[in-house]
Design a protein around this ligand. Structure first.
Ligand code: GLU
Length: 301
């Protein structure tokens, strides 16, 4: 089998057990299907990302026994690629400017006939005159508009190894954030992830199931850009003792805090249905994807 899988962390802090477990799963799926395994550092959010954090994350992954093929790809080096994908969508009429603030969206979303959680469409059908006015109002505050996807479908499907065919409404998601004109472009996750998965030849995406709802939007964007669809594998998250998604507040949750790679490997193995594993190689030998527990795993400390 050719193709590749990947792990794509955002470098805004150390990886916790939930992140590490997802990384191990991504590695297991790639190795188990003969795919290359690539690492992509999702540092498009330049304000929250740091090179130091990325380096710490990579060294923790390596300490667990995960190995990667090829060079690490940093999204901060890919802005030209996002620019050309955006231009392709613009040329095909799939992009419009959005002048709304968060408050505008909140207020418009409380009107009847809007779908909760979806952009209420305020800027979708403005005339050129209205756009020019809103654009110059923003410009006078030193701001530029956001760019949104002009979705042409009400829903789209993606295929997930565990969840099967998933269908979700396609929102007019942000492709490039607006904001302070002097601060440069702020690319949105959905566009970057689709462009980079295709660029890296990734055809299987293993990640936490908090992103399951995003998969149809990403599959739709890929189709608009003429990029091949990927297979998704969304895996359950790790929860903390309170039943919330695992986080720093839950105490010692990172490899550095827990201190021992072998005990983390053992815990991850157990959570994957492989009891008593001493190494990732051993987990790899005994892991059965079909037997992966589908419920979230709880870390009790
Ligand atoms: N960078 C995202 C995160 O750390 C993951 C994105 C993805 O795997 O598609 O949550």
């Amino acid at each position: 089998m050719s193709g590749a899988g990947r792990y794509a962390p955002s470098p805004s802090g150390d990886l916790h057990l939930g992140n590490l477990r997802t990384a191990v799963l991504a590695w297991l799926f790639a190795c188990g299907t003969g795919r290359d395994f690539l690492l992509r550092v999702e540092d498009i959010d330049t304000a929250r990302s740091s090179r130091e954090s990325a380096e710490r994350q990579i060294s923790d992954l390596v300490a667990l026994g995960i190995d990667f093929d090829g060079e690490v790809l940093y999204q901060s080096s890919r802005f030209c690629a996002y620019e050309s994908a955006l231009a392709q969508l613009q040329d095909a009429g799939y992009v419009y400017e959005c002048y709304c603030s968060r408050k505008d969206i909140r207020e418009a979303s409380s009107a009847p006939h809007t779908t909760p959680g979806m952009y209420p469409g305020t800027c979708r059908n403005l005339t050129e005159e209205q756009r020019a006015l809103r654009r110059s109002q923003l410009a006078s505050q030193g701001r530029v508009p956001a760019l949104r996807l002009r979705s042409s479908v009400s829903s789209f499907t993606a295929t997930d190894y565990y969840a099967g065919l998933i269908e979700a409404p396609i929102d007019d998601v942000i492709l490039r954030r607006g904001g302070n004109a002097s601060q440069g472009q702020d690319w949105a996750y959905n566009l970057a992830v689709v462009v980079d998965d295709a660029y890296q030849g990734i055809d299987q995406v293993v990640r936490g199931d908090d992103l399951l709802d995003q998969a149809p939007t990403q599959a739709y964007l890929a189709s608009l850009l003429g990029l091949p669809p990927v297979e998704y594998v969304h895996v359950p998250l790790v929860l903390g003792p309170t039943g919330e998604r695992l986080a720093k507040r839950d105490g010692a949750v990172t490899l550095r805090e827990l201190g021992s790679a072998s005990s983390v490997v053992r815990w991850i193995g157990e959570s994957l249905g492989v009891a008593g594993a001493a190494s990732l190689a051993e987990i790899r030998e005994r892991f059965d994807p079909a037997a992966l527990p589908r419920e979230p795993v709880v870390w009790r400390g």
